[in-house]
Design a protein around this ligand. Sequence first.
Ligand SMILES: Cc1cc2nc3c(=O)[nH]c(=O)nc-3n(C[C@H](O)[C@H](O)[C@H](O)COP(=O)(O)OP(=O)(O)OC[C@H]3O[C@@H](n4cnc5c(N)ncnc54)[C@H](O)[C@@H]3O)c2cc1C
Length: 371
Amino acid sequence: MKAIVIIGGGLAGLICAIRLNRKGFRVTLIEKKHYPFHRVCGEYISNEVLPFLKSLEIDLGIYEPSRITQLAISSVSGKLFETSLDLGGFGLSRFALDNFLYQKASREGVNFMLGEKVTNVSFRDNQFEITLPNQIINAELVIGSFGKRSNLDAKLDREFFHKRSPYLGVKYHVRTDFPIDRIQLDIFEGGYCGIVKIEADRYCLCYLSENKHLKKYGDLSAMEENILFKNRRIEYYFKNSDFVYDKSEVINEVSFENKSLVQDHILFCGDAAGMITPLCGNGMAIAIHSAKILTDAILVCSDVSSTGQRNKLEWIYTKNWHKQFAYRLATGRMIQRVFGSKKITDFALGGLSRSQRLSNYLISKTHGELF
Ligand SMILES: Cc1cc2nc3c(=O)[nH]c(=O)nc-3n(C[C@H](O)[C@H](O)[C@H](O)COP(=O)(O)OP(=O)(O)OC[C@H]3O[C@@H](n4cnc5c(N)ncnc54)[C@H](O)[C@@H]3O)c2cc1C
């Protein structure tokens, strides 16, 4: 049984753990937090993941997730673009989803080290050494699924880490009056706010904004009042919703830069390999799909006893990842640049409203197909 250490227990890490454990690997997943916990995420999941989840016997029906079939995008000046989503998706909190996968993986025998933060990973004599505050463990393979930005990115001196990102993300759960089958993105200066129904009577209200606004206004509520509320739809949700928790979830330095897929033989997966802009709404599907591509490659090339074999595994994973995601991430970056400026957003939404073909094209270029 080969020892695999997975660092980070978000969707990418948990799916890798479930799959590799079932195939007979000795899997240890190290996660710095304790489940269940909240994360900044818009909590809309593209239906492209459903066949793969079904193949893993992952059935989320107990949560009765919302079924999303409609998309709307609004601009600061009040323009509204509406369309049906061919494939659609569902809404489910990360609190519920990640905890469900953790419980399943744990029952099936994955070894979890929770509340433990990896501080370093090194590779010597065809073996990894994974450093934790109180111990060192060894493994033949290491998967880095530690998300968009981690202490390990700094430690490994990854190139993207040195480029500052202007974005921060904020999430609330609310009870409100909003269509249960729709995801809506309301654009404001330099960012956008998404609203979607999740499980029970809750909605996820999540936005991506620019750090400069927070610096200027000093705190979240002043920034929301002065920047987000210029889009009257956002103001309406904020003022006509019950906020379920006292505190929001906040993350800084959300970066969409290109990232390496392999470094020092660590195989990166999910956001650690590359993050699509939330405007495209399918980072979670990409995290799950990249876990499939990586575990497929590991299953084909599980013999890493020589440098040649290990290089072959890394080559196959890199090739298949690029084939599936490189273009989608690049299109996402392009779209991210278009939205944000009032004039350009109005122009773009006008164009989308006039041309169903253009909107279908953009949605298809940023979304994947069923896998
Ligand atoms: C504002 C915003 C809105 C979004 N909205 C959506 C949406 O609506 N739909 C969608 O599909 N996607 C959305 N996304 C993207 C989505 O959240 C991510 O793509 C997805 O969470 C990636 O999963 P992951 O497993 O790669 O990483 P994560 O879920 O971030 O998991 C990484 C894990 O690694 C752990 N970790 C980090 N460092 C260490 C360490 N040193 N030791 C141990 N553990 C460590 C962390 O605690 C974390 O649990 C959004 C993102 C943002 C920022």
